[in-house]
Design a protein around this ligand. Structure first.
Ligand code: INI
Length: 156
C-alpha cells in the first residue's frame, strides 16, 4: 500500500496571503495567526511571505487568480470575514468568494486555502479570530503548507 501524506514544515515555501480590508479588525488577527503558523510552525522564512490587501472578500478570487497565474508562489492563503446581515448580501459575497477560490485552486493546481470566516454574528467571528474557537487564519496557513507538501509528493 502506498500512502501519501504531507508534513507541515515547508522551509523553502513562498506563500502569499491575500486579505480583505472589510472587517479588518477581525482580519488583522487572522493575518497575525497565519503569519505565526507559517513562520513558527512551518519554518517559512519571513522574506518568502507576501501580503496583499484587497477591499473585501468578494475581491479575493480576482486577486488570488492573478497571484496564482504569476507562478511566484507555492500557495495562497485567502483571509476575510463575511458576517450575515439583514439581507441576502452575505450569500452573494460568501458564495462567490468560496466558489471562486475553489475554482482557482482546481484550475491552477496551486494550494488556495479558505481562511474566510462566514459567520452569523460579530461575536462568532471574534471567537474564530484568536479567542475561544482558535484562529482560522492560523489553521488555514497550516493547510496551505500541508497541501504544498502533499502536491509535491504526488508529483514525485
Ligand atoms: N465584504 C466582506 O469581506 N465581508 C462582509 O461581511 C461584507 N459585507 O457584509 O458586505 C463585504 N462586502 C464588500 C464586498 O466584499 C465587496 O468589497 C464590495 O461589494 C465591492 O465589490
Amino acid at each position: 500500500m502506498n500512502v501519501i501524506t504531507g508534513i507541515i514544515a515547508a522551509p523553502n515555501a513562498r506563500v502569499v496571503i491575500a486579505v480583505a480590508r472589510f472587517n479588518h479588525l477581525i482580519n488583522d488577527n487572522l493575518l497575525d495567526g497565519a503569519v505565526d503558523s507559517l513562520t513558527r510552525i512551518g519554518q517559512v522564512k519571513e522574506k518568502n511571505i507576501t501580503v496583499v490587501w484587497v477591499p473585501g472578500a468578494y475581491e479575493l478570487p480576482l486577486a488570488v487568480s492573478a497571484l496564482a497565474d504569476s507562478k511566484k508562489y507555492d500557495a495562497v492563503v485567502a483571509l476575510g470575514t463575511v458576517i450575515r446581515g439583514d439581507t441576502s448580501h452575505f450569500d452573494f459575497v460568501a458564495g462567490e468568494c468560496s466558489a471562486g477560490l475553489a475554482a482557482i485552486a482546481v484550475r491552477t493546481t496551486l494550494p488556495v486555502v479558505f481562511g474566510v470566516l462566514t459567520t452569523d454574528s460579530l461575536e462568532q467571528a471574534i471567537e474564530r479570530a484568536g479567542t475561544k474557537v482558535g484562529n482560522k487564519g492560523a489553521e488555514a496557513a497550516l493547510s496551505a503548507l500541508e497541501m504544498i507538501n502533499v502536491l509535491q509528493a504526488i508529483k514525485i
